[in-house]
Design a binder for this molecule. Structure first.
Ligand code: HEC
Length: 317
């Protein structure tokens, strides 16, 4: 194959196949990166396209050889004329867009200043440039009417819209990447499925020391308002992840449990709060109030009575 058209056709077919694959692929990323199988498909398409082109080339070669010498001559001439037509077409478009005066006609457009032998030509503005300029004018008018007459949206609104979109994307990302949770980003899970999973993890790992109902044994009671290591999802997550104080028996679970599992079991532990276990262990630690909770009135001096009062107030509300 001496011509380049067949090669271009093969590349085009493979590219089209690739675009179709990416288009039908549901994920956001490139299928070509995530699914190595795509390479095999593209390879098959390539081999087929190549085979077809080779067949076509061989066939036209045979047909050409079957022609009589004078017919061969005519055929070649025909092909040449076709080629010239195409180049002519491209050339005429190019000349129309540039509209430059040929060098041998430059005499006609020369201006009569002469700066030490440097002369100036009076060429037309190139049409490609003039048309682009018109396009910018049309763009400017539309822009003016849309944003300054009809006040479509301003920069602040645009910013807020983009932030809202990004927020949705972040939520989506977090949903797919549960194990990126750490103590700073963990949130209390309230879905029944998460709490059930948390309960199962608790039953499998924690009941030996905390009892099935969280009432406490070797480990402290997890159902009361008193916490040694601090309450609330973040502190509880941290205790489960990093363990308790040295030598107390609560190990760091981050080696055994995934971050998402620790979030589930931490949420489950918090959901035990306020329940009444069969044999509750006496309270250890201090009452913990969530400093971020809007309902809590933090006492000036951390007196015990004031704390209890504010808790009771919460319950009554
Ligand atoms: C080997 C016994 C043992 C096991 C098993 C155990 N814990 Fe503990 N846990 C303890 C002890 C002891 C403490 C008290 C740590 C301290 O005083 O520093 C504790 C403390 C805690 C605390 C903090 C309580 C507070 O008052 O601050 C939480 C929350 C907790 N454990 C959750 C869990 C979870 C969830 C599991 C299962 C994944 C688990 N524990 C498994 C013994 C255990």
């Amino acid at each position: 194959m001496k011509k380049i058209a067949p090669y271009l056709r093969i590349v085009a077919i493979v590219l089209i196949a690739w675009v179709i694959i990416e288009w039908t692929d549901q994920t956001d990323d490139y299928a070509i990166i995530n699914q190595p199988l795509v390479w095999i498909w593209l390879g098959i398409v390539f081999v087929f396209a190549l085979a077809i082109e080779l067949c076509v080339a061989a066939l036209s070669n045979i047909l050409f050889l079957a022609l009589k010498p004078d017919a061969q001559e005519r055929y070649l001439q025909n092909e040449k004329a076709k080629k010239e037509k195409v180049t002519q077409w491209f050339r005429s478009i190019y000349l129309k867009l540039v509209d430059s005066t040929p060098v041998d006609e430059e005499e006609e457009i020369i201006l009569d200043h002469n700066y030490d032998g440097i002369k100036e030509l009076d060429n037309n503005l190139p049409p490609w440039w003039v048309y682009s300029f018109y396009v910018t004018i049309i763009f400017g008018v539309i822009y003016l009417v849309r944003f300054h007459v009809f006040n479509d949206y301003d920069q602040e609104e645009e910013y807020l819209m983009e932030v809202a979109e990004a927020q949705i994307e972040i939520e989506e990302y977090k949903k797919n990447a549960k194990d990126l949770i750490d103590v700073n980003t963990v949130m209390l899970l309230t879905e029944a499925s998460d709490l059930t999973a948390g309960g199962a993890i608790f039953a499998a790992n924690c009941v030996a020391c905390h009892k099935a109902d969280g009432g406490g044994g070797i480990g402290p009671n997890l159902t009361d308002d008193y916490w040694i290591m601090g309450g609330g999802i973040k502190n509880v997550f941290r205790t489960i992840s990093e363990g308790g104080r040295d030598g107390k028996g609560m190990v760091a679970w981050k080696q055994t449990l995934k971050p998402s599992e620790m979030a589930q079991v931490a949420s489950y532990v918090i959901s035990l709060g306020g329940s009444t276990p069969a044999e509750p262990k006496e309270a250890e630690g201090e009452i913990w109030i969530d400093p971020d909770s809007p309902n809590v009135i933090l006492p000036e001096e951390g007196t015990h009575e004031a704390v209890i009062d504010s808790l009771q107030q919460n319950v009554e509300e």
